[in-house]
Design a protein around this ligand. Structure first.
Ligand code: SF4
Length: 206
């Protein structure tokens, strides 16, 4: 597996914002192949290249996560599900070691193997906000970035398809004055949804 970085920090986004966890960022993203609209505002372009980072096996990752001592890990990217079966085995090894495993995905790939992470955040991307059928029943959190083209009806449809998922609206950071108001209004109109401000940016932490 190509790993770009591993670091201990606070989750900055969504339901678990403020909670300490170790982050494992994998190299590689399929957004360019799929022509996803998030390429315009992605805040981790360093993760796009599949040959970025360092070849790292699951034992090394587990060892590093355990050394951090936080008991919870977030597997992210790029698009971590591009790691396929390797990711499935890593999740199993982490859970066997007593670590709670979060996965953040753009929703365009099925989950690897029969593994069930402890928390799955799906952040579907414009223009079509596709979530593949293989993720049905596994979506714990829908995290939707509110950009200049945002339409609340898209999120209403996603929420109806994934009724057990928490819905978080995250204003696109480079246009916060504009997108923050749109997101706040949408949350006010949909009690139960929540606003996600990127806490790590506010605090200036990784
Ligand atoms: S899917 Fe995620 S990592 Fe890839 S370009 Fe979009 S926002 Fe960036």
């Amino acid at each position: 597996m190509r790993v770009l970085e591993v670091f201990d920090s606070l989750q900055g986004e969504g339901v678990w914002a403020g909670v300490a966890m170790t982050f494992v960022r994998f190299a590689g993203c399929n957004a360019s192949d799929l022509r996803l609209g998030c390429l315009a505002w992605c805040d981790t372009p360093q993760s796009w290249r599949a040959d970025g980072g360092v070849e790292t096996d699951s034992a090394q990752i587990v060892e590093r996560v355990l050394r951090g001592g936080l008991g919870r890990v977030c597997l992210t990217g790029g698009e971590p599900l591009l790691q396929g079966e390797h990711l499935a085995r890593l999740i199993e090894r982490l859970q066997d070691a007593g670590v709670l495993v979060h996965v953040e995905t753009n929703g365009t790939l099925p989950p690897p193997g029969a593994t069930r992470p402890d928390w799955v955040t799906v952040s579907p991307k414009p223009p079509d906000y596709v979530i593949v059928g293989g993720l049905c029943g596994m979506v714990d959190e829908l995290k939707v970035v509110v950009d200049q083209d945002f339409q609340v009806a898209w999120v209403e449809a996603l929420a109806a398809e994934h009724p057990s998922a928490a819905v978080c609206l995250q204003p696109e950071a480079s246009r916060l004055a504009e997108t923050g108001k749109v997101a706040a209004d949408a949350v006010l109109a949909h009690p139960g949804w929540r606003l996600s401000i990127q806490l790590h940016r506010v605090l200036g932490i990784p």
